[in-house]
Write a protein that binds this ligand. Structure first.
Ligand SMILES: O=C(O)CCC(=O)C(=O)O
Ligand SMILES: [Fe+2]
Length: 510
């Protein structure tokens, strides 16, 4: 954090870490469809409300939009130690700026517009290496580099400009928050937006409680069957269901995990560096693939889109089963989804006393006295967990529920298509994987829509584009082939079939 002294001016602050990359991307995409006459893509809270009223599709993005500007407001209030109100809240994206006037962050030349409100907070949504910085011209010029999640604040009367940029690869997007000491329309828009979201929540609860039987029936028809109940597992909200995935599906996902996953993925924050070795035990290797990374790899054509479709589809099946079987009236949302494999490093290490994953709860910090503290850094928003296993060809690796003294209570043997669903506060762990590789799809769910993982929606959008590209390539290929066969006569027609099969085969490969 850079403070006013470093920045030569009162109320000038630069603070990093307000948004993650996926959140920046989501807000950039939200503004993408709204181009105004000056070449800006921009959306306000009021325009967002209209959009959500037309279709609830992007309700989750509105939540993020509201939350991001509320966090900025709370931060400023804390810093200034007095109340503030929203005056203007807008996402603004621009592709180039020729610098023909002193342009402010609102996109207007400074001589065209009077500064509005009392304080400005600009949160960058895109990373820009050169040009396009914000700058304080006085007393000495200071340039701030745009970077996703970085917020710069200043007094509205403090002149701040935007440096010109023309590189076609640059898109400069910011979340503009103007605050004032008295409430105005924008503050009311924020309240209206929150009420709209509450209404959507209530509707969802209503629909949710009505469709339980139907969904469970459909899942049953698809071969899903509960094989261990809460009684068998000696806990209130626990079950095991089989038949969620076929052998082919399990194989495809294991292959996806092995091709696309990053060793140590998901645990970088604990380790400092990415490591081959599991964060839980030195006898195992740990690799994981997030939904966001899977979508990225599909976009880069490293993996086929079908395997990512399958990843999302299976996760959704698991989510539905946990929500419906446990009869939860408030919907479950993905908080985090991870395709994970654990592999024994040394198949000979048979007398291991360690666990593959020590006894823990997914939403609190287990204390030596057996109590569990629901405090950050635990993921306290997580309410339920679900693990779908993908194989059984390994030694050890049983999932166990545990007593507060960490001793084993009940155990579940993984196998392809088996789901274990449980309350995220239940103590559990994984026994050592003694030989081979153990893969599963791990899911953590929340009932707070504000924590809904953005990656699933973002991945769906990416997959739509990738599928369209693959289809277009296939059609091009077919056109070329039919052109060639027309030119070369009937003898060549068989090669056309082989070719299109190749392409399909390739996209189906993973
Ligand atoms: O893989 C399993 O069976 C459980 C893993 C687990 O509990 C976790 O990752 O939090
Ligand atoms: Fe866990």
């Amino acid at each position: 954090m850079a403070e006013p002294n470093d920045l030569f001016g009162d109320y000038r602050l630069v603070v990093d870490g307000f948004l993650r990359e996926d959140q920046c991307q989501e807000l950039v995409d939200f503004a993408a469809l709204q181009e105004d006459k000056n070449g800006f893509r921009t959306i306000s809270i009021l325009e967002a409300i209209k959009k959500i009223n037309e279709s609830h599709d992007q309700e989750i993005t509105l939540r993020l939009f509201l939350r991001s500007s509320s966090i900025a407001k709370h931060f400023m209030q804390r810093y200034l130690n007095h109340n503030l109100y929203h005056h203007t809240t807008r996402i603004i994206c621009k592709d180039k700026w020729d610098g023909n006037c002193f342009m402010t962050e609102t996109g207007k030349c400074s001589n065209e517009s009077l500064p509005q409100g009392t304080f400005h907070a600009i949160t960058y949504l895109t990373d820009i290496e050169k040009d396009a910085g914000s700058f304080f011209p006085k007393p000495d010029e200071i340039i701030i580099r745009p970077k996703c999640g970085r917020m710069v604040t200043y007094k509205s009367s403090d002149p701040v400009g935007v440096k010109p940029f023309s590189d076609p690869d640059i898109q400069r997007c910011v979340l503009l928050n103007v605050f004032d000491n008295t409430p105005s329309q924008d503050e009311i828009n924020h309240i209206d937006a929150s009420l709209l979201l509450k209404k959507i929540d209530q509707q969802r609860v209503k629909v949710n409680s009505n469709d339980r039987k139907k969904v469970l029936k459909t899942l049953k028809e698809q071969g899903v069957e509960v094989t261990m109940t809460s009684k068998d597992l000696r806990g209130k909200e626990r079950f095991v269901a089989d038949g969620l995935a076929s052998d082919e599906e399990c194989e495809a996902l294991i292959e996806l995990a092995n091709v696309g996953s990053v060793r140590g993925d998901g645990y970088k924050h604990q380790q400092g560096t990415v490591s081959l070795i599991s964060p839980h035990t030195k006898h195992e290797m740990f690799q994981g693939l997030t939904v966001a990374r899977a979508a990225k790899l599909a976009k880069e054509k490293v993996i086929g889109p079908d395997s990512v479709d399958l990843y999302l589809k299976l996760a959704e099946k698991g989510r539905l089963m946990v929500e419906k079987y446990l009869n939860l009236t408030r919907p479950l949302y993905f908080d985090f989804t991870h395709l994970v494999c654990r592999t024994a490093v040394d198949d000979e290490a048979v007398d291991r006393k360690d666990l593959s994953h020590p006894i823990h709860a997914d939403n609190c910090l287990l204390q030596p006295d057996g109590t569990c503290l629901k405090e950050v850094p635990a993921y306290i928003q997580r309410d339920y967990s679900g693990i779908i296993y993908l194989n059984q060809e390994f030694d050890g690796g049983e999932f166990i529920f545990a007593y507060p003294n960490k001793s084993e209570q009940t155990s579940v043997k993984p196998k392809c298509g088996r789901l274990v669903g449980f309350n995220a506060a239940d103590l559990h762990g994984v026994k050592a994987v003694l030989k081979g590789q153990r893969c599963c799809l791990a899911m953590w769910y929340t009932q707070d829509p504000n924590f809904k993982e953005l990656a699933h929606n973002q991945a769906q959008k990416v997959l739509k584009v990738v599928h369209a590209e693959v289809e277009a390539e296939e059609n091009d290929e077919k056109d070329n082939e039919s052109q060639t066969s027309k030119e070369e006569g009937r003898t060549e027609t068989s090669s056309k079939d082989t070719k299109s099969e190749d392409i399909l085969g390739h996209s189906d490969e993973l």
